[in-house]
Write a protein that binds this ligand. Sequence first.
Ligand code: FAD
Length: 434
Amino acid sequence: CFCQVTGSLDDCACDVETIDAFNNEKLFPKLQTLLQSDYFRFYKVNLNKPCPFWKDNRLCGQKNCAVIPCTPNEVPDGIKTNGHHNKYLEEANKEECERTEKLGAVDRSLSEETKVSLREWNKHDDEAERFCVIDNEESPDSQYVDLLLNPERFTGYKGPEAWQIWNSIYEENCFKPYTVKRPLNPMVSYSGTDGKLFYSWLEGQCVEKRAFFRLVSGLHSSINIHLSARYLLDENWSETKWGHNVSEFQQRFDAHLTKGEGPKRLRNLYFLYLIELRALSKILPLFQRPSFQLYTGQPAQDQQLKLKLLELLQLAKSFPLHFDETSLFAGNKEEAASLKEDLRLTFFNISRIMDCVGCFKCRLWGKLQTQGLGTALKILFSERLIEALPRSINTNPTFQLSRQELVSLLNAFGRISTSIRELENFRSLLSKVR
Ligand code: FAD
């Protein structure tokens, strides 16, 4: 039974029960309220980019794969005219420059040493920027999508096309050794004998590569939990019924039905949760800057939303058993730098594979979630820039996020948080079936 997912998580000081209680009772409801707001529900994305990896990329044509883009009237003017320009930061910068000029205190608060190290880290941060592909929001192919009207759920996208995507993500991008035979049918790739080989290989990997595999696998689990929780149960001319499909869930995660793989995959979901939660807790100083605003053009609402966001980030910070990212890249400096670069490029590739997903709805959420995870990694890899934020209060922020990054980060975490909440629902439904 998937209920075997209990106890402490590998490479972390945290246990599943602590995450369940924290997420389901405290964080999940607050996050859901934020995600319903105009600022977070409208996401600009280019769903028409060609697949950069293979030519015969077929679109699935399923009705449930369609994405309905927003009409121009639906998106608040403030977001439309300024949203893509990171308005809040531009205004903040202008205001701060003016204030600094008045005080005649350009950079006086920073020591020479700090300035040099900030320049170095700025270079590093430019690179961290590219953890994932960021769509050009100015492109005529980019459109606003209302995420609440296009929920992630069962679409019917499956078979060789879907496997090809998962396969390339795991086979090409997860540092898998060539000694493991490439299976013809991805259905058997990570179960049975191959699965055993794969996991024994994984155990021998350094903690960073293992962590990377677990992030991707956690994302895969989350997507499959969503499609099981919002499954197409019935459809006739008058109504369409969506809801939990317990047997679909069991097929994917029950220990016996998956030869023991299911619970491991769920543990990877918890690991992904810890990484994104950690990133949220770290980013608090950026949003605590007085000039920061979530800009939609409605000052009173924007102010309210900022307070709610700060509350959520404070809550994330208060989590007692955070993942300790200093356990990663702790080896010698050169090796750590090259490993970081490997992981960055690998993740960059995964985000490009999302343009090959043949179902538009899956592509939308796949792109959003990889961008959100890429943003979380960017935050975790920019620790020193973020630490310098409170010291740079009178100058340009040392670390910035665009609106697109912020929206994807919060919504991606919203998906993982909902998946953990859904596990509780499935647990209760399963107890009734037995
Ligand atoms: P798949 O989920 O396709 O998995 C293929 C193989 O990978 C499995 O046989 C197993 O060996 C291995 N595997 C499965 N889970 C894990 C894991 N967590 N960790 C490691 N290995 C694993 N479908 C929808 O209905 N709605 C969506 O919104 C949706 N979004 C998608 C987004 C992307 C980016 C992709 C690639 C697919 C999406 N799909 C979606 C399709 C869905 O994920 C499955 O591919 C599909 O339902 C077929 O499932 P399957 O049982 O064949 O196994």
